[in-house]
Ligand binder design. Sequence first.
Ligand code: NGO
Length: 527
Amino acid sequence: MNPIKKIRPIVTLIAGIMIIKLASCTPETPTDLTKESIIPKPVSVTATGESFTVKEGTDIYVQGSTEELKQVGVYLAAILKPVTGFEIDVITESDIPPSGSIILTVQGAEGVTATEGYKLEITKKQITITAAAPAGAFMGVQTLRQLLPAAIEKGKKLEEPLKIATGTITDNPVYAYRGAMLDVSRHFFGVEDVKRFIGFLAAYKMNVLHLHLSDDQGWRIEIKSWPNLTTHGGSLEVGGGEGGFYTQEQYTDIVNYAKDRFVTIVPEIDMPGHTNAALSSYAELNIGGKATELYTGTEVGFSTLNTKSEVTYKFIDDVIRELAALTPGEYIHIGGDESHSTKKEDYIPFMNRVQDIVVAHGKKVLAWDEIALSTLKPGTIAQVWASEKNAALAVGQGAKILMSPAKRAYLDMQYDKDSPLGLHWAAYIEVDAGYTWDPATYIPGIGQENIIGIEAPLWSETVTNMEQIEFMVFPRLPGYAEIGWTAAADRNWEEYKVRLAKHGERFSAMDIYYYPSKLVPWPVAAE
Ligand code: NGO
């Protein structure tokens, strides 16, 4: 059961929003690499004043050939082939690359140490991406992609040759975890939508997609040992429309698609609250032993698993076992938020025991900040969304935290009071407010050494289709990517907004339906 993409355009809802069309003009040959609008901003860029041209005969040479690195070459070739019309082979033999080549190498990478770090050298004669690992080469390719004309994103043959300004870029991220979350429970999004979302993350060097797979309104991942979870618990969504779920095969397809783009999937099963879909599917999980009705509203905090019953732990063990087997990433997210119907004296032993289950299946625990009330196992991460007190409790236990403060990082918050979609219980988050904060100074007493990274969650109470996802995510997502990648000292809204504006053309070429915030100096629309 994989409902096709629902088409319910919000165009009518946002009347008055201008679709920006750019004037077509002959592109100038780029010669100043320092003038390019790269997001996230790299560590250093120096220019040498010339340009490289992709020509007939340009091939991609992969040196230090692991299969993974070769795949990065194949990925780059797939971008260049349709827009140039050239053959563009990926060559793994140790031949000396001729003039005009693009080289991806993990050899001689002494200066590049971070797994995702890279050095991109562009001369008139060749382009070389040097990295310590294939992940870094992939990040370098994303930078290269942004140095090419925005029109390449349409994937169609261009009349003009591809030219790139020469110089050197060295780069590596500040935080290892740079992610976004998609709530597929409140509204379900099919495999193709999730893949498109992963593509957005990869384009901005983000490396985690957290999937919120279960909540009161729907259970979205097939669990073979508890089949009603999806056949019954996955059948609806907020508003009463048809829900859906991923078969294990489809989930694996998503995991692999993400892996090819150096994005790790973090699956979340929310518990002990936010569990009505499970409670409705299996009577024995309820405190009174009676199954609940399916729920299609948007209230929170009314459901809880029976934390005193052994059946509950058997259920959780089965779910985590199946999910862990399908998930190559190191984390399983166990929710733990807003368990208002679970007594505190029951919540704490429950979270302790579920952490043990996750660890027993070879994974580390991620959970919302309330988990800090329990005893954190080594490696458990608290995802800070609401409570600075919980953040301090987690750090006090020696744990690291993941920064997702709702007031700054929630992608489901409205931009302003006129936004047609989204909530505003935490804040209105205009594009500048989403960008102008620093995870390492946000909570007094908690610094970079306590933080694994940043994640921007998109909850989907009000978001029903891909177009609406895009409207909430763009143009805020590149800002979160930059917060996670670029040092705070190198970030500045006045400078960033100009770079972001240049990406409007890229969003349009990617057919992304973005919010044209008045705070961003988008290029003037041409008739
Ligand atoms: C809260 C709540 C979610 C809502 C979201 C809406 C967390 C961690 N729990 O965030 O269930 O969907 O707000 O913004």
